[in-house]
Design a protein around this ligand. Structure first.
Ligand SMILES: *[C@@H]1O[C@H](CO)[C@@H](O)[C@H](O)[C@H]1NC(C)=O
Ligand SMILES: *[C@@H]1O[C@H](CO)[C@@H](O)[C@H](O)[C@H]1NC(C)=O
Ligand SMILES: *[C@@H]1O[C@H](CO)[C@@H](O)[C@H](O)[C@H]1NC(C)=O
Ligand SMILES: *[C@@H]1O[C@H](CO)[C@@H](O)[C@H](O)[C@H]1NC(C)=O
Length: 455
């Protein structure tokens, strides 16, 4: 007995000593990089620096779009202009206005193109050379690009800013991608470059510019130089170049699961809400964005078996109510409500990078649409309110004949970094009885729950 006890004690002592010594040497000699991996704070808005391509002619017209997502107090943004703006808002300016450096020594040979492409491309060097402190990502966009910054932060947090990353998206237009590259981040949709890659790029950029005088745009020049450094595009579907015109409804109501990061060409398309101009419509969208950014445009589908209805919610924007059972995969494709960017282009589906379905010409054959009216948030959750958009006097199924408003309850969507890596669509249910007002509750799906009409 005493013998075994001593042995056990001795073993315990040895174990203790070895754990202690291990910890001691680990903490004493661990390379600082190993430790910093654990101490690195989460990426926030403050770690981003935006460089916005603008010009003295467009600045005052486009500044209201920047105002939607950018504020001097919370966002570091520099607007690069060819010269000082004509009517400057001075100290009240939403971004720091910077006059770009001289680029007359670089070649530009693209016929019918604009030399300003070089100036704009060179933002990637000029913004790094400013030496801003504590930058994890440099983000580039145009003055008609609207960013959804919280979602951008979440998206970029998936990647290690100490490694070389070039994050963005190509065009929705197949032809544009053929012309430039399927692997190029289109500049209007915006793209992000990790600080470490940006630092390397800034050192070599001027020498790259000498080789690409034959390219049309600025984004192709950045893409080429990034490619020469041996880095490829990390594709994130939340960036939107929006090489489309007209009514974006079909695109916005079937957004991919990735959070919405950007929208471009915001004044070249129709206003996204009825009876508003472009600025007002985007301001209206931002009422929802500011309440629950991660959920904006997220598509959630629920079914009412007793009335045979299918309801597709694009949160914060619009709801469509279909008569009958629409299968989920069909609802995930985009309704063809928009036109190609090139006005001469044909309108067939093969020119886009995504699946589409027809939007009936006969307005009465379309689903009934409800647009965001108002939104309120409290400690119990979020109530968004959508009201019916009547275009014609169409006779609708009895169940929705009187339906004028839809109220949607949800909780703020918190996507932590694990959820960002494996996203899952949420579920919803329609409260049983409705007449002129319907209530929908959005919640997480249960483990084995299927998004379908249950029989
Ligand atoms: C949009 O409407 C608002 C409010 O009526 C107005 O102040 C603003 O100038 C309009 N913007 C444009 C671009 O027409
Ligand atoms: C929703 O909007 C409609 C139309 O403006 C309004 O009549 C209704 O009171 C609103 N409901 C809520 C809950 O805010
Ligand atoms: C719908 O019908 C009402 C009443 O018959 C009529 O006043 C209204 O103008 C019609 N609206 C449309 C868009 O046709
Ligand atoms: C449904 O709403 C309509 C219009 O608001 C109203 O006339 C009707 O009485 C309501 N029906 C029921 C059962 O509440």
């Amino acid at each position: 007995m005493p013998r075994t006890l001593t042995l056990a004690r001795f073993k315990a002592l040895l174990l203790f000593l070895s754990v202690f010594l291990n910890l001691y040497f680990l903490l004493l000699h661990a390379p600082s990089a190993l430790l910093s991996r654990y101490t690195s704070s989460p990426t926030t808005r403050r770690h981003l620096v935006f460089a916005i391509a603008s010009s003295s002619r467009s600045w005052s017209r486009r500044e209201p779009y920047l105002r939607l997502w950018c504020s001097p107090a919370s966002t570091r943004a520099f607007a690069f202009l060819d010269r000082a703006p004509i009517d400057s808002s001075g100290d009240k300016s939403v971004a720091r206005v910077v006059v770009s450096g001289d680029t007359s020594r670089f070649p530009y040979t693209f016929k019918g193109g604009l030399r300003s492409a070089i100036r704009v491309a060179r933002m990637v060097k000029e913004v790094v050379d400013r030496g801003e402190p504590d930058v994890r990502w440099f983000v580039f966009g145009d003055d008609d690009t609207v960013f959804f910054v919280e979602n951008l932060v979440r998206t970029l947090s998936k990647y290690d800013h100490d490694r070389w990353f070039y994050v963005g998206s190509n065009s929705e237009s197949y032809q544009q991608n053929v012309k430039y590259s399927f692997d190029m981040a289109f500049g209007g949709g915006g793209f992000a470059i990790s600080h470490s890659l940006a630092t390397a790029l800034a050192r070599v950029f001027d020498s790259c510019l000498m080789r690409y005088g034959h390219w049309y745009g600025s984004d192709a020049r950045v893409f080429s130089c990034v490619a020469e450094l041996g880095v490829g595009l990390t594709h994130e579907p939340g960036f939107h170049q929006v090489d489309m015109r007209g009514n974006l409804f079909g695109m916005l109501s079937a957004h991919p699961l990735s959070p919405l990061v950007s929208l471009h060409h915001v004044d070249a398309t129709d206003p996204i809400f009825p009876n508003m101009n472009n600025t007002q419509a985007l301001e209206h969208l931002f009422e929802a964005v500011n309440v629950d950014p991660a959920r904006i445009l997220q598509q959630i589908v629920c079914y009412d078996m007793s009335h045979s209805l299918t309801v597709s919610v694009a949160w914060g924007y619009a709801i469509q109510v279909y008569d009958g059972n629409e299968l989920l995969p069909d609802l995930l494709s985009m309704q063809k409500t928009f036109m190609p960017w090139r006005r001469s282009g044909s309108i067939d589906a093969s020119q886009y990078m995504f699946n589409m379905r027809d939007y009936p010409r006969d307005k009465c054959k379309r689903p009934t649409v409800f647009f965001l009216e108002s939104i309120v948030s409290s400690s119990h959750g979020i109530l968004s309110n959508y009201s019916r958009h009547n275009v014609e006097n169409c006779s609708k199924a009895n169940a929705i004949k009187n339906l004028e408003q839809i109220r949607v309850f949800s909780q703020k969507l918190k996507l932590d970094s694990d959820e960002m890596k494996a996203q899952r669509r949420q579920c919803c249910e329609i409260l049983p009885s409705f007449n002129d007002s319907m209530t929908i509750n959005i919640r997480r799906c249960r483990d084995n729950e299927l998004i379908s009409m249950n029989f």
